[in-house]
Ligand binder design. Sequence first.
Ligand code: GDD
Ligand code: MN
Length: 357
Amino acid sequence: MCEVKHPNVSVVVPTYNERDNIEELITRIDRALSSAKIPYEVVVVDDNSPDGTAEVASRLSTRYPVKVIKRPGKLGLSSAVIEGVRNSAADAIAVMDADLQHPPELIPRLYQRLAQGGCDIVVASRYVRGGEVRGWSVFRRLVSRAATMLARVLVPQARKVNDPLSGYFMFKKDAIGRLNHINPRGFKILLEILAKGRYRRVCEEPYSFGLRVRGSSKLSSKVMWDFVVQTLNLSPDYLKFAIVGASGTLVNLGVVALCRYVLGLLHEVASALGIEVSVINNFVLNDLWTFRSRRMGPWPLRLAKFHLSTLASILVQYATSIVAFHYVIHESVISQFLGIVAGFIVNYTVSRRFVWR
Ligand code: GDD
Ligand code: MN
């Protein structure tokens, strides 16, 4: 291999079936970094692409400083990036796609901003002034914007960045934090680094994200689903708790509707069942997810404590629902909803006055 002893930049490139792109990519990386006089290496992480990407990359490594890491099968984009970082020699690591949607000519600029100090992570950004996406349909743009918004709502660390889902970025090796804390599943490795890394400042550098010319995208519905799960898992406990609470509200109203309009039970019974099922729903989800790592003692004890902690709220909820049904609205689901609102207010007030005053 044509080796560089002390590269300043390691360019990590995950590949899956990118045979027709890899040569132009590496040639352009070389041209950009050589003319900027930045010693570099490219770390290609290939998941045993059936199209022979790894073989093409290995051939290129006689001419350019390219390491090729071959993995046995398609293990996913994020885990490929982690593997690439593990095998990188430089202190500045760039991550980019192989399909030329990320222009290699930007790398020197990203490196310059990192080397000047001040930035620990530099994100190549579609969504700052001067950045753009070319050739996407309105629908595709909308999906990207919605995903970006979801990430920024659920992951507070992503709010500092306009394009936290970018697949093109550079960082100082220490900024990534402990590699084994990074979730290897999924596509959005930058989001993981933003949420779990150790860094001070994130900067953004605009670029133009073009259309893929050769090969095909690996973005599938599974990837989108993984993204939602990944983002939910990166959210802080208070947001998880609120999401669980919202799910409990839906469960509660659903049970009331079922009991009244399908089973024909009394409102008093339907309301009580709705409340209890939602309390159990919230307990199970918080126990398995929100506070999973904080569980202690036997679960029946936790379940009892959870009931106790919401007792005042439950009683007010039930009373409000019954009163609303008999004297105000005469409709079960709406009455139950008013009960839930009252219960929430009580829970909030009690917590504020007596627990965190
Ligand atoms: N090793 C490996 N294993 N590489 C993979 C895998 C995998 O399972 N899946 C995808 N890749 C490689 C592709 O070969 C390509 O180089 C890169 O990862 C991105 O895959 P694309 O299929 O081109 O993704 P995209 O264009 O839809 O999405 C990209 O751009 C988005 C916007 O910047 C990704 O970088 C996204 O993370 C990013 O949000
Ligand atoms: Mn792509």
